[in-house]
Design a protein around this ligand. Structure first.
Ligand code: EPZ
Length: 431
């Protein structure tokens, strides 16, 4: 079983280059199904979830050519099936984007109910509400979402009851080829929403208002091919910003859009760290002593829930008491029990955690329970005295490309090992 083993206590120094945004690329890959012409997607992160999505496209008849590790050429003209049934696709949340794209292009979709990280109940009622408003019949049968619109889809005025990233993107995918003018209100405004909308517009769609509370889509008859580069990953960048602070290091984080990181920068500044912003980079210098602060996760431009575990680990080493409120998912504090093995002092009550900062963590053996919790525990291990092993790193590899190599380049003593013998060799090596 692959695991990360690391010796902590080394402040991270140097430069890291951020890859493409996973949560934008997932919607963009599904969007390639909306045209019969070639779509070239650049700056794709080479991570597990992306590779599963590309494999699923092949399964329904699309031709997927990997031009290089970060570029794929997709031709969906040969799609013969609207039914995706793959054991892997069941495991990733973004499989739901195939519903919107197949419904939009082929007026029919049969896709397994999505899986993903167990950070909360995660229903898709808002997705289904949107598809039905566009004229589709939608049923859940045999663990699959079966949607059909034999007469084609028509425009509609949809109000989302919950600000949902997935529902916003999925309804956009379904509505771009629907006759008439669709209005979607109370939508999510995350950078990946805007990136998917820009991608669809580069194929000839007519989407306005992405990044605001209301999106307006005028349906078009067909979409053409395109070449599109995915934006940098806000959350990968934020993860390295917290790694710099928690290890009291100094990292220049390159290929980012600083505006997307403002809420994370604000919290690190409140803690007394130094953050320099450049055009396409940010530099974080971790302060020796950091102040506590309170964080509440919110939809963008609020503090991202996908940064909550990493920021909590950083606050757990601050000089005082912080309060973290998780307002998006009801079960996103599972890592707290793992972090307690490393000597943290955190109490959780419902969706609130009270973090009493400690001077230092001590190394331990912990489990990555989901993608962001796993990344947070790696940061904790790099800040800790002694050796830490993080198991179940398959979760981390779902969303972080070559995480250990990027950390090694910053001076971290970390290795990916797949046996106890290799782990022992690491322990011997670092003495
Ligand atoms: C996306 O998940 C991201 N996943 C998540 O990132 C991220 O945490 C989340 O947005 C919030 O930013 C992908 O993009 C693949 P939501 P999603 O729909 O779409 C409720 C990561 O680490 N809701 O915005 O599932 C839902 O239960 C992952 O990269 C409904 O009630 O999130 C939640 O409480 C983890 N009904 C809230 O809305 C619905 O139909 C926000 O969920 C849809 C959502």
């Amino acid at each position: 079983m692959e695991q990360f083993i690391m010796k902590g206590g080394t402040p991270l120094h140097g430069e890291v280059v951020i890859g493409g945004a996973k949560n934008a690329a997932l919607g963009i890959i599904a969007g390639a199904l909306l045209t019969d012409e070639d779509v070239i997607i650049e700056n794709l992160p080479d991570v597990r979830d992306i590779n599963v999505m590309l494999e699923a496209l092949k399964e329904i008849g699309a031709v997927v050519e990997r031009i290089d590790r970060h570029t794929a050429k997709i031709s969906a003209v040969g799609v013969t099936s609207v039914s995706i049934d793959d054991e892997y696709i069941r495991k990733i949340r973004a499989s739901y984007y195939f519903i919107g794209a197949l419904l939009g292009k082929h007026h029919m979709a049969d896709v397994p109910l999505p899986g993903g990280c167990a950070i909360g109940s995660r229903p898709i009622d808002q997705h289904i509400k949107g598809f039905r408003a566009l004229g589709a019949k939608v049923e859940i049968r045999n663990g699959c979402v079966q949607a059909a619109a034999s007469e084609g889809l028509h425009s509609s005025h949809i109000y989302l009851d919950v600000v949902s990233v997935g529902a916003t993107i999925n309804i956009m995918l379904a509505a771009v080829l629907a006759e008439g003018r669709t209005i979607i209100e109370n939508v999510a405004k995350e950078p990946h929403i805007v990136d998917v909308a820009n991608f669809l517009n580069s194929m000839g769609a007519n989407i306005k208002g992405a990044g605001t509370d209301t999106i307006r889509i005028r349906g078009v008859r067909r979409l053409h091919g395109t070449t599109y580069a995915v934006i940098p990953d806000q959350i990968e960048a934020g993860t390295f910003m917290c790694a710099a602070a928690a290890t009291r290091g100094d990292i220049l984080i390159k290929n980012v859009i600083p505006k997307h990181l403002e809420s994370i920068t604000a919290k690190l500044l409140e803690m007394g760290n130094t953050v320099y912003e450049y055009d396409e980079a940010v530099r974080v210098v971790g302060a020796p002593v950091q102040h506590p602060t309170d964080v509440k996760t919110l939809p963008y431009p609020g503090f991202p829930t996908d940064m909550q575990p990493q920021m909590s680990v950083t606050l757990a080493l601050a000089d005082g008491t912080s309060v973290v409120t998780e307002s998006i998912f009801e079960n996103r504090f599972k890592y707290v029990d793992e972090l307690a093995r490393m000597g943290s002092n955190i109490k959780v009550e419902g969706n609130v955690s009270v973090i009493d900062g400690v001077k230092r963590f001590t190394g331990a053996s912990v489990n990555a329970l989901d993608l962001r919790a796993g990344a947070a525990l790696v940061i904790a291990g790099l800040a800790a005295d002694g050796i830490t092993t993080v198991r179940d790193i398959v979760y981390i590899q779902r969303g972080y490309e070559h995480f250990e190599q990027k950390l090694q380049a910053l001076g971290a003593q970390i290795e990916l090992v797949d046996s106890e013998r290799e782990a022992q060799k690491f322990r011997m090596k670092i003495g």
